[in-house]
Each structure stands twice: as C-alpha cells, then as structure tokens.
Write a protein that binds this ligand. Structure first.
Ligand code: SF4
Length: 385
C-alpha cells in the first residue's frame, strides 16, 4: 500500500494564505493543479516563498485527487485537448514518496477521460523503473517530464543535489519505446554560481540524454531575496525582478557551448512542443529572434501553424471568461497582440493558449531580444522589470 498525504483539516485550511488555497491557477506554461502543498527539499530559490508556503515542509492535501481533477476539468480556463496542464509545479515535488501516488492518480484520471492535453510534470526527485512502466500505460495525454537540474553544489542553496535529477533524467530517457517525453530543465542559471565552463560542459553532456533542453535563469523575487539575506546566502543580484533573469553574456556562452548539436530552447513550451513533434503552443514563433536556435524541422512546424488573429477573434475568445471580457486590443503585429483591460496575468495566459499567439499586456512591454525576461544583465536594462 503506497503512502499518501493527509488531508488538511478545515482549521489548517483556513490558516493557509488566500492565494495558496487556489487549487487551479494559470501560470505561464499551463493551467496548474496544486491540491497538494508542502515540500521538505528546501531549495533556497523555491517559488513557495512567494506563496507564503515556505514553512510548509510536510506535503498535505487541500482536497482529494478526484475532487481536484473535477475542479481542473470544470474550470472556466480549461479547454479539453487544448489547455496545457502543469501538475504540482508550485507547492510540492510530484515524486516525493508520499506525493507520487497522487501524481499517478491525477494523470490516470485525466487519461481515462481520453484527454490529449499536454501535461508538464517538473521534478528533481529520484525516479524508478516502475515509474516509466506506469507512465507508459497512459494512452492519450501528452506527458512531459522536466528534470530540474542546475549543477549548483552549494548545499545551502540546493540541499537536495542536482545529481539525483541527472540520474533520473538518464533513467527515464533510456527506454527506446516510451509514451512520455523528457526535457532537461536547466535552471536556475546564475552567473558566478553554476556557469563555469565545467558546469556548461556537464549540462551539455546531460542534454544528450533528453528529448530537448531548455535553459533559464532565476526568479529573484523580493520574498526570495529576503530569505537569501536572512540566511547569509550569497546574493546573486543587487536587484529583484518580476521575470526570470538571464544575463546577455551568460546566454551567449550557453549558445556557444551547445552549438547546433543538441536541441536547445529558451522557452519551456518550445522544448515541450518540440519533444512531441508539435508546434509551440505559446505562439512564440512571432518573436522571431527566439527561434534562431531552433531545429529547422521545428521551425517549419511552427511556421505552418502560425496565424495572426484578427482583433475580433481575440475579443470573441476573451468573452468566454468573465475576467477577460473587458479586454481592449491596442495593437496587433506579426509578433504579438498588445492588450489592456486584463486585471491579472491569468486571463492573458488563457488567451495566449486559446489563440496559439503571443498576447502581451501593455503595462509590461516585452523588449526585443530579451524574450520576456528581466532587464537585469542586458544592455540598457532599467532594472525595474
Ligand atoms: S520555431 Fe520558434 S516558436 Fe517554434 S519551437 Fe522553435 S523557437 Fe519555439
């Protein structure tokens, strides 16, 4: 009998920060399901800091798996076969021994419904051959395992070693026949910490095992910076940012090390889509400079799927969800639609996935060549992104 996590009592539930009680939430790469929260792995840069959940080290369930799946598929943002799903990517680790049965229960429930949506499962944990066998039983879902690997060897920053994720990536990528795909999720890359030539070489060797690799930087938000300072950890940047930080020179070194020998992407959705032989579901093709490292066959795939939507189509799509109904399309270019009138990021992600086209908020302009990343470390950056 597998270990499962305990359900929170009503009192415990009431004490959770309001935002973390939201079990279904749109994040950039997909609609995220998080009915289990709490993790003992203590990565210093964990996103749990920003949800007021850092002290929750013991995974606990807000609701049953059955209820959570019902909430997901019944959600106003969910479109069968279209909406990319992310499972347990905000508040726990999906392959902790106690969480693993829930991860499989959710995947199997969604799959039994005949859904073909992408499902992204991000892990750094130790996986087992039985995990591959069980994932191979799934019939319809497009599952991608993304292995978080940084190569950081400071145990104060990453007490759970990256070597585990590297071994899991190799194990899960090895079977010649498999239904799921594997991605080396190389992050967070931080100048001076894990970007030496040796670090880049090791990541390059590891990438040979995966179906695709995506590299990205650190979300250095205020709550995470506070934790670094309080614990005497070396601060990677002088400033915080609302987007991930990848300095220009670091990106250039990564690209030069990889060359064209291994499929490498700047965006998670590009790596996931490529691994399944599909065009990017986030419509990044419009941001032309993103695609200069993409394999030719994938470029062709994205190009043939690419459609610039008319303003009335954007408006009609927005009418399906109440918080997007006030959208005002201020500009449409080959790159993206620029909109105002959306109170939060979530309806913007909904529009982006429903249209397969980039939708940018007029309040947060995207700068050419920075690919939706923070200004820090780029020439002319204002450090306030
Ligand atoms: S062609 Fe561009 S949008 Fe498509 S997967 Fe490659 S990088 Fe992403």
């Amino acid at each position: 009998m597998s270990v499962r996590v305990a359900l929170l009592t009503k009192d415990q539930l009431d004490r959770l920060p309001a935002r973390s009680r939201q079990v279904v939430e749109y994040r950039k790469s997909g609609l995220s399901l998080n009915h289990i929260q709490g993790c003992p792995l203590d990565c210093a840069y964990c996103i749990r800091h920003t949800y007021g959940l850092w002290d929750e080290r013991q995974p606990r369930a807000i609701m049953t798996d059955e209820a959570a799946v019902e909430e997901l598929v019944g959600h106003r943002y969910f479109t069968p076969h279209v909406t990319p799903i992310q499972l347990f990517n905000r508040a726990t680790e999906p392959f902790l021994p106690a969480v693993r049965p829930h991860t499989f229960a959710v995947l199997e429930d969604l799959d039994a419904r005949g859904l073909t949506n992408h499902v992204l499962v991000i892990t750094r944990h130790s996986l087992k051959p039985e995990d591959a066998d069980r994932l191979n039983q799934l019939r319809s879902l497009k599952v991608t395992l993304l292995f978080t690997y940084s190569g950081i060897d400071d145990p104060k920053i990453e007490p759970y070693p990256s070597a585990v994720a590297a071994a899991s990536l190799k194990l899960m990528s090895a079977p010649a026949q498999r239904k799921y795909r594997t991605v080396l999720y190389w992050r967070p890359l931080v100048p001076g910490l894990n970007d030496s030539p040796e670090h880049l070489d090791t990541a390059f060797q590891l990438a040979a095992h995966a179906d695709a690799t995506v590299f990205t930087g650190l979300f250095y938000r205020n709550e995470i910076a506070d934790y670094y300072r309080a614990n005497g950890l070396p601060e990677p940047y002088e400033d915080t940012a609302r987007r991930k930080i990848v300095p220009e020179t670091l990106e250039a070194r990564v690209l030069s090390r990889f060359g064209t020998q291994s499929p490498l992407f700047r965006k998670t959705s590009c790596a996931v889509s490529y691994a399944h032989g599909l065009p990017d579901y986030n419509g990044h093709y419009g941001i032309r400079e993103l695609c200069d490292i993409c394999p030719l066959g994938q470029l062709v795939r994205c190009k043939s799927a690419y459609r610039v939507p008319a303003a009335d189509r954007i408006w009609k799509t927005a009418q399906a969800v109440p918080e997007a109904r006030g959208v005002v399309v201020t500009d449409i270019t080959e790159r993206a639609a620029v909109v105002s009138g959306l109170a939060t990021e979530q309806p913007r992600y909904y529009l982006q996935h429903a249209l397969g086209f980039q939708v940018h908020d007029i309040r947060h302009p995207h700068h050419e060549r920075r690919h939706g990343r923070a200004d820090i470390g780029w020439k002319g950056g204002n450090h306030n992104d």
